[in-house]
Design a protein around this ligand. Structure first.
Ligand code: ACO
Length: 437
């Protein structure tokens, strides 16, 4: 059954199975993407579709982000990422993604105020950090504490009004940076720095990370801008693994805190949000002589390892975020009057790979993670915190998707099917009759 907002194309797909022809409607998105609607296929034909990894499966319709992997285009709510990166800020981007339009001056001011009012953690929540070992990974701490936030706001576990949603999303976006900074402080045995309501979102985060009770940390405007850009470029990327996780958890009508906490867990893996730290480890190995560029690429081609920060499920030309971040890394280093050997190695590695048939024939190009770590290193963010930084940036996207699914009220619980390839039905073997030790 098509929903009211689905556009039906004039095309129809036909599937012939055992002599029976099934008509499958074709739906079309606003950027002219076409999809064969198989919603009724199993009911009508007894067959399901098989698509491990969901590379050809549209799991929902969404009006938030558009990606054209062939052309290297990324739009948030219709605005090209290049224009957002040039003119916007992370907070504006968060509003745009969640509510669909660029904020007016009044909306931006009120949203900033709401974020400031909600930047503190409940003092009891602060004590959670004491229970974690000092070498606990900050992603584990982040997902656990974000999920725990729901315990301190039970009224927001069941969101019914837009006002409740705005408050819940402001709490998550604001507090996630406090939680992230405190996870770092805990790992270093440093005192927690409370947020400063006078500071902007990014400056406040850097303050909680690096100020001391006796010395305030003063980042340069270029550093603050680079951080805002980093968060902005990570803010959403449609149905990637962590976003789909958030939507899947939401489909059970789970609350916002639990759903985005699940997104953090999904992001942690080295093929997703963990790739930015894997890139730095790879570049360090090359710098330290454990690998050389040609030898490393040969290992990749023998499939002993992957070229981290390269390749993307959707982008088959370039990832526009990688281009922007590459330039931003150079700009930041220039502004600081410093250089980073790892950026030189990254450039050389990228050039070498892009002139190698193995990579070009598979359309493997740098992705968002290839250069982002250079910026984070330059901001003194430790490598363990890289996926956490990604999670802070991605929070508005997860929230926007959670809300879109929540509001639509028509999405079914997500429940893929499978092709069972295990044992056929067999009688139960009683304990005394089993052979072997
Ligand atoms: N290095 C070397 N070979 C690669 C790479 C890579 N980074 N990525 C894909 N390939 C090869 C595969 O080995 C495969 O080769 P084959 O056809 O000879 O078997 C072919 O390219 C297709 O690869 P798939 O795994 O089918 O591509 P998929 O779309 O599933 O993977 C992924 C996408 C996971 C991002 C992959 O490119 C990868 O592992 N990249 C490295 C990790 C990374 O940078 N992740 C961050 C992604 S962006 C993000 O999450 C923000």
């Amino acid at each position: 059954m098509l929903k009211d907002n689905d556009k039906v194309s004039t095309k129809t797909a036909y599937l012939i199975l055992d002599g029976t022809t099934y008509e499958l409607p074709v739906i079309v998105g606003s950027e002219n993407e076409h999809a064969i609607d198989i919603r009724n296929l199993r009911q009508e034909s007894g067959h399901i579709t098989y698509d491990p990894g969901y590379g050809n499966t549209g799991s929902c319709d969404s009006a938030i982000t558009f990606v054209n992997g062939e052309e290297g285009a990324l739009h948030y709510r219709g605005y090209p990422i290049e224009e957002i990166a040039k003119n916007g800020s992370f907070i504006e981007t968060a509003w745009l993604l969640i509510f669909g339009e660029l904020p007016t001056k009044g909306q931006r001011q009120r949203f900033r105020k709401l974020l400031t009012e909600n930047e503190l953690l409940h003092e009891d929540l602060r004590h959670h950090f004491e229970g974690f070992p000092s070498n606990g990974h900050p992603m584990a701490i982040l997902s656990a504490v974000v999920n725990s936030m729901g315990c301190y706001d039970p009224d927001l576990l069941d969101i019914e009004t837009k006002q409740e949603f705005v408050l819940a999303s402001a709490k998550v976006i604001s507090k996630v940076r406090t939680i992230a900074a405190w996870a770092y402080r805990k790992s270093k045995g440093l005192p927690f720095m409370y947020p400063d309501p006078e500071l902007s979102y990014c400056k406040n985060f850097l303050h909680m990370m690096f100020s001391e009770p006796y010395r305030l940390y003063e980042p340069s405007p270029e550093e603050v801008r680079a951080l805002s850009l980093f968060f902005t470029l990570h803010a959403d990327h449609e149905q990637n693994c962590s976003c789909s996780t958030v939507r899947m958890v939401q489909s059970t009508e789970a609350n916002l805190f639990a759903s985005v906490s699940a997104g953090i867990c999904a992001l942690w893996g080295r093929l997703h949000g963990g790739a930015n730290s894997a890139v730095i480890h790879m570049l360090e190995d090359i710098r330290d002589g454990k690998e050389d560029i040609k030898g490393y690429l040969e290992k990749v081609k023998r499939k002993e390892t992957r070229l981290m920060g390269f390749g993307h499920r959707i982008y088959k030309s370039f990832d526009p975020r990688a281009r922007i971040l590459q330039q931003a890394a150079h700009d930041l280093l220039d502004a600081k009057g410093s250089d980073d050997e790892l950026l030189e190695i990254a450039m050389e590695l990228s050039q070498e790979a892009q002139s190698d048939e193995y990579f070009t024939s598979r359309s493997l190009y740098p992705n968002v993670d290839f250069y982002s770590g250079i910026i984070l290193r330059s901001l003194n963010i430790p490598v363990d915190m890289f996926p956490v930084m990604f999670a802070i940036g991605r929070m508005p996207g997860w929230i926007a998707h959670w809300y879109e699914a929540h509001k639509s009220g028509v999405d079914k619980i997500h429940r893929p099917r499978q092709i069972y390839v295990g044992e056929r039905r067999r009688p139960y073997v009683l304990f005394d009759e089993r052979n072997g030790k």
